[in-house]
Ligand binder design. Sequence first.
Ligand SMILES: [Ca+2]
Ligand SMILES: [Ca+2]
Length: 245
Amino acid sequence: MFKSHSKAVAIVLALVLTISMCSMSATAANEATPTDTQTITVHQGDVIKYSVYMTVPERFVGVQFAIDYGSNLELSSEFQSASASDLVKMFMPTFTNGINLANPNPGVPNQIWGSNVHAAGGYEFKNGELLATVTLVAKKSGTAKITASVSEIYKDNDNFDSLMSVTTLNGEAEVVSSAEHTLGDVNGDGNITVADAIEVQRHIANIVILEGEQLTAADTNADGNITVADAIEIQRVIAGLTTFA
Ligand SMILES: [Ca+2]
Ligand SMILES: [Ca+2]
């Protein structure tokens, strides 16, 4: 009696295990969770445009995805202040139909996520179409990481288990507007330190080529050239011998 009972338990356990293993492998086979990470160097106040492009082998009706950005970045003020419907248009400009959601995710810091379900017809993304785009601002200088990830993509609007795979997911991050640098703050970190003097010397030695606002910030004596006199001027400010007016 006891023996046959434990045998029945063993059979039931084996069945449960087999079923759960089947559903696990079915999920693993269908679900696509690609990610793309971009790493860029930013200066405090830089405006960064990040766009992510996706290729999918066949027509799909729904997608859920997220963009995670580092703690030294934040959504630009337009994104932060947009109404829900405007946020969708800004964040997912390709998705003109269907039910849209796009939110700075309050549950996950430094994340914006979007969801789109098209009522009929769906979308064809065979050539790396634009999935989403976002404008970020650097809160501090340093290295910034931005990651896009597709969590789910559906073939069939009536069946949310009809998951399909994403072929490619490519993110592109570019600094579209660099921060205005104050005179002497060559690296744009908000302080005038020996690092700025070194940056000027590296430019003079052709180790780096300063451009734009950085070049303006480096020309501390405003004579139109970057010379050792500019580096010395920064050293004098650090030593408290003078100030930049
Ligand atoms: Ca600096
Ligand atoms: Ca100069």
